[in-house]
Ligand binder design. Structure first.
Ligand code: KIV
Ligand code: ZN
Length: 509
């Protein structure tokens, strides 16, 4: 049985999903959960690309125990130095550097020859190795690269010290049989291949990312790059939960497994979804709401007699269980803190205090507080750290035959400001008042409402996407009052837009 390394890139490629940007505290929360899930490597960001990314890599490197912490870096000295500076304090660190190798990219984007690309790749792997022992190299757009040249580059970067060579299907172009053949070719034609781990990084443009990854595993790959919920650039990346569960369920076929604690999947999926605001489709394999819901009579009949008749994975093995009633208004700080710890949240005393305050407010309004609501309180609180605008008060009046009106008070950098506005509905009225206070120029692209648990007293969660010029930002808010949740979500997106506009970005791969 081979052990396949799981390289998580949710915080780097996953964050390249439109509008999915996360703040440093959110990234830390996700990174801690990834460590709990048991991933081998966390690609924490692209340190050179922005101040926020640098800070996220640095804090994850310092504060998250267990996995190797990695930063992406283009094959340039400045990028590699920034990666090293951010990773410096990690007990186990990796620099992942990359350069395009396909003629399409070299000719039209970089305007350099193959020889020049090879030279830069080798030099930068050597440079990275002068700083750190663990270096990964990716020949970008590998699946559209001339095979002879790909073999030459692979051989040369291993010679220069790369311990992992990752084969990216950057544009999601390959198909499983072809990709498997490519791995076989690399293994037979690159004479020093046994000195490195072969990896793959598959995009999902044709819906084949997981199949391509599995085909690579069958043909000798020892590392899979993937993301939670399959998020990532364009159509996303190989989904971690799917590839890991395929290996776990069919070890008889793949003769390979991973170090992942699969019971943490559902929690991780929900956390990433909450923080990025990207919902999980109900029929999504492994973590979708309907992944284990049987409808047809003949299926349920079989299931009741013997679960394995129609169930290939036990729902509990990926974290599904009955919702727990955890706490109520009489629960103390200690019970609250230990339940959060059981749920995998290690928060500072200050964070606990803030979350406990929000819990008490919620428990005053609602008798029973469920685990999922508790998780929302935590992620919502973390999303709010560092916000410029904060909602202080909101009241609305609306009803049949009346013009809805909202009064909103927001704490701004120059003190509290209050405005009244009318609108087509109470949310519209509140949004108009907020827009006037914050002077936002953004347009609302998406507005989504979801109840976290059942019942009319459930915590409601609102996700919005705002657009301003080239930039989009998501925001979410939760509250038992859906208008308040909507206002929080709008402000959170406005805060993110401001933060994104304030960061100088580098073109991501
Ligand atoms: O898709 C891609 O090619 C990448 C590389 C940087 C690995 O994200
Ligand atoms: Zn990618």
């Amino acid at each position: 049985m081979r052990t396949i390394r799981i390289f998580d890139t949710t915080l780097r490629d996953g964050e390249q999903s439109p509008g999915a940007s996360m703040n440093v505290d959110e990234k830390l929360l996700v990174a801690r959960q990834l460590a709990r899930l048991g991933v081998d490597i966390i690609e924490a960001g692209f340190a050179f690309s922005s101040k926020g990314d640098f800070e996220a890599v640095r804090r994850i490197a310092e504060e998250v125990d267990g996995p190797v912490i990695c930063s992406l870096a283009r094959a340039r000295e400045g990028d590699i130095r920034a990666a090293w500076d951010a990773l410096r304090n990690a007990p186990r660190k990796r620099i992942h550097t990359f350069h395009s190798t396909s003629d399409i990219h070299l000719q039209y984007q970089y305007r350099i020859s193959r020889d020049e690309a090879l030279k830069r790749s080798v030099e930068m792997v050597r440079f990275a190795r002068s700083l750190v022992d663990d270096v990964e190299f990716s020949p970008m757009d590998a699946t559209r690269t001339d095979v002879d040249f790909l073999c030459e580059v692979t051989q040369a970067v291993i010679e220069a010290g790369a311990g992992t060579v990752n084969i990216p299907d950057t544009v999601g172009y390959t198909i499983p049989e072809e990709f498997g053949r490519l791995f076989k070719t690399l293994r037979t034609r690159v004479s020093n291949i046994d000195k490195a781990v072969l990896s793959m990084h598959c995009h999902n443009d044709l819906g084949l990312a997981v199949s391509n990854a599995l085909s690579a595993v069958l043909n000798g790959a020892g590392q899979v790059e993937c993301t939670i919920n399959g998020i990532g650039e364009r159509a996303g990346n190989c989904s971690m939960e799917e590839v890991v569960m395929a290996l776990r369920t069919r070890t008889d076929f793949f003769e390979a497994d991973t170090n992942i604690t699969t019971t943490e999947f559902l929690r991780t999926s929900r956390l990433v979804s909450k923080i990025t605001g990207i919902p999980v489709q109900p029929n999504k394999a492994i973590v979708g709401d309907n992944a284990f819901a049987h409808e047809a009579g003949i299926h349920t009949d079989g299931l009741l007699k013997e679960r394995t008749t129609y169930e290939i994975i036990r729902p509990e093995s990926v974290g599904f269980s009955r919702i727990h009633i955890v706490l109520g208004k009489h629960s103390g700080r200690h019970a609250f803190k230990s339940r959060l710890a059981e749920l995998g949240y290690t928060l500072s005393d200050e964070e606990i205090d803030r979350a406990f305050e929000r819990f008490k407010e919620l428990a005053d309004r609602k008798k029973e507080v469920y685990d999922e609501e508790l998780e929302t309180l935590v992620s919502d609180g973390v999303s709010r750290t560092g916000q410029v605008y904060r909602l202080e008060d909101l009241s609305v009046s609306s009803g049949m035959g009346r013009t809805p009106e909202a009064r909103v008070r927001i704490l701004t950098p120059s003190g509290p400001e209050e405005k009244k506005a009318t609108g087509d509905g109470p949310v519209d009225a509140a949004y108009r008042a907020i827009a006037e206070i914050t002077k936002t120029q953004s347009k609302l692209q998406k507005f989504e409402v979801k109840a976290i648990t059942g019942g009319t007293d459930a915590l409601g969660e609102v996700t919005v996407v705002l657009e301003q010029g080239e930039v989009t930002a998501r925001g979410h808010g939760a509250d038992t009052d859906i208008i308040v949740a909507a206002a929080k979500a709008y402000l959170s997106a406005i805060n993110r837009l401001r933060a994104t506009a304030g960061e100088s970005g580098t073109g991501m791969p």
